[in-house]
Structure formats: structure tokens, C-alpha cells
Design a protein around this ligand. Sequence first.
Ligand code: UN1
Length: 512
Amino acid sequence: MQSILPLPTQSVKPGTSTGQQFWHSATTDRSEKIIDSFSPADGQLIARVYPSTRSDYDRVIETAQAAFQEWRLVPAPRRGEVVRQMGEQFRQYKRELGTLVSYEMGKSLQEGLGEVQEIIDICDFAVGLSRQLYGLAMHSERPAHRMMEQWHPLGLVGIISAFNFPVAVWSWNAMIAWVCGDVCIWKPSEKTPLTALACQQIITEVLRNNDVPEGVSCLITGGREAGEWLARDPRIALVSATGSTRMGKAVAEAVAGRLGRSLLELGGNNAIIVTEHADLDLAIPAIVFGAVGTAGQRCTTTRRLIVQDTVYDDVKKRLANAYAQVRIGSPLDESYHVGPLIDRQAVQGYQAAVQEIRSAGGRFVVEPGVLDGPGFESGCYVRPCIAEAENHWPVVQRETFAPILYLIRYTTLDEAIELQNGVPQGLSSAIFTLNLREAERFLSVVGSDCGIANVNIGTSGAEIGGAFGGEKETGGGRESGSDAWKAYMRRQTNTINYGTTLPLAQGITFEL
Ligand code: UN1
């Protein structure tokens, strides 16, 4: 059994007078405001969700603590088997969950399905990993001694996820944490609570069928306050948080204040460098997908394009032509490329950035705008735009979560790399060139300072097999593939003496 708290006896009650669905809770002490989930696709209120109270939270944590005592004893490959079955469930519900992601969050259906595919992929990865949680063995300097390291589970892992990848980022954390032997408490974004509840429902059967103790998979709902409970709570061994740099700094401070562990995946300000040796037939679609995909709301979205002056005009013209083909409309209708922003507040952020670009003297190559009229009633649809800008402008230095692409000109590769690195964030980066020297220089120690650096592919759309995350204000954490699992475990170094004497290290003698 699992906890899908804050709902001690949760049920979906259809059929209110307005036809909306309400998640019900037996708890009556609800001081916090009910969370309304609106679809940015059509502006409809699609559900109302009760936020967890502090007493719900404490009950969840106590249940999770008890669950950890049992779950840590389950052999890792057995835990992997549970995750394998979860992957099967997500395969089965891929279309339904992908559609809900698309409807609640507003990304295109293709991208909603892609997000569920990321869950399936990380499940597969985690299953293999469950037999590969390797520690090293070392040669001891002492005779008849053996040294090795083991990796043990950490305990309770808090997962704070953002609206833009409402389910995939949870799965990167949870699936890996579970095979490592941890238990998880998920606080999804208050903008996308339904997709989170759906994920919990999808895995319920697997948890039940395998007699997984209640509390291995927990969910709390709420806003900033619920995030703070996790960050401040010494019972939470690791807080993995995805979101804005502002949120990440608050989490980092609170967790560091109690010397806990945090794993942060925060803002990006990702650039693509296009050199005169680029294959523009590859570069243009990569740039467009990177800049307009998910309506510019990926942390890996391409926000800056740094183009060599010799090809600048050509790139600018081709991009303007490509943008003219981009179709904006309902994310559920597959004939459109770009859906809405998450809410009207995000639209205001887009408009404020546009205003700031104009005041700074920026010139729009592709004009911005907010769409209205039939199909755009939610007020959340905006035009992806391109502005010629300068890297040092405050608006360019900031991450605006919207489809605004800045065009910046350069002459030498060193200058391009300096521009690319010349922002506070350090998540993703790319270069388009067929010139080996340029590509290798970009990847070298004097090249990109980002956690992700690509050649001839865009900045977004990373595969789950690599470690995902970035440097500087992006927070330094790594999630998902490679050896990111180590963040979810504690390392123990063991020295075993199987001899009959007690030689000391460093040649020290100590005789009684
Ligand atoms: C995010 O935007 O927080 O690399 C995650 C990508 C996706 C994940 C993005 N696989 O664009």
C-alpha cells in the first residue's frame, strides 16, 4: 500500500453542480487555500485539490520513516523489480498520462507523450542500476587487511518538482532513489497537482501487489510553505529541488542550515553558438525546437543564439522564415507546434521582458504578441519571438520562462565562448560546426562552463542516460543517469583486518 496523502481516505468525487472533480480529504482542519488547477489550453478549472496541512505532513513523514525501516532491507534487485513493474504501468498509461500532462501543463501532446517516455526510460535505467550500485575495493597498505566501500540508502528523500516537467523530473529522482533503498516524499508544483496524483494512482497497483510498505511513495500538495517544511525538516536526508534560482537559493539555505543534503536543478540561460562552419540545415530546426518547444518553458530552452558575423544575416533570415511556419494552438491538437504558457502570470512575465528588450534598444526580428480570439480564450498563448540583443543587458542575463530568443553576433570563437559563459546560469549549451577544432575547443576546459555541452544538436531534449544538471546558479546538482545515483546514497568506507596483528597505518608504532 502507498500513501497518497494528504488524503487519508482519498477519492475522486465526480458530479458537483459544475461538473468539476474534487479530491476529498477526511481532515477538516484546512487553513490553506484550496489549489485550483486550470488548464492553460482552454482556461477551464479542471480540478480543485486540498493542500496538505502541517499535521498531514507530519503523518506522512512518520509513515515514511517507518517504511524506510523495511524498504532498506529489501534487496536492491528486488526493489528494481518493483520499479520495472512501474515502468510497465507507465507504458500502459502512456497516452492517458501524456494527454493529462499536455492538458494540465499546456505542452504539446507530442511533448506530453515524450515526458511519459522519460519516465519509462528512467525505470528501465533504474532496473539495471539496481544490480550495479557498485562500491570500489582498495588495496590496503597494511598486511592482511582489506578495504572497500559500500553504498547505503540515505533515508527520506524530498522531491520538489516544477510545473514544466510535472512528472518526468519526479521519476528521475524517485525511481533512482527507490532502487537505492530510499523512500520519497513528492511535492509537485501547485500549478500541476493532477498529473502528480495520476502518477501515484498509476503505481498504486504495483506497490500493493508487491506488498511495498505504505510510505515508500508519498505525495504532499501545497505551495511554498510545503516546500519549506521539507527543506527545514531534519528527518529529510536529501531535498532534491527543481525550479527557479530564487526558490533553489531558499531551499539551499534552509537545508544547509541543518547540514542536510540538497540536489538543485535550477534556472538555465542556454545558448547555441553557430559558427561559419555550421550545417545550417541541421542548426535551424534545432534552434527552433530549442527556442519554441514547450513554449520556451524548459530549463534547457535555447534562450540565446550566438552567431558568427559572416553567417549572421543568413541565419537571421532563415530563422525568420522558419518561425513563420510555427503554428500556435491547442496543445492537444497535433497540428500545432506550440501551446500556451502555464498561466496569465507567465504571460505578464513575457510582456515585461518584451518591454524591457524594447527599452534597452532591442530590435525584434520576429515580433512578439499575445494571442486572442477563438481558441485562445485562456489568454495564455503568446507568439515566439526573436530579438537582436546584447548579452550584458539585464533582461538577457535573466531566465524568462517564455519563447524569447536573443540574437547576438560574434567574430572569434573565443569571443563566442566568453559570451556563452557570460551569464549567471550554467545548465546547457551547444555549438553547431563541422570544424573539429572548433567543436573540441568548445568542449575543452576553456570551452563551455555548462553541465551539458552538445555538438550539432540543440540545448534541450537530453536523454535520461546522462547526468542532468548544471553549474553556477543552476545549482550544481546532477540527476537522472550516469552515476547521479550516488547523491541518493551514503558512502561507507570499510577496513577489515583478517590478520593476527594490529599494524597501524602511516607506519606509526604504538606499543604497550
Ligand atoms: C527541465 O526543463 O526541467 O533536456 C527538464 C530536456 C528534458 C528535461 C528538461 N529532457 O529538455
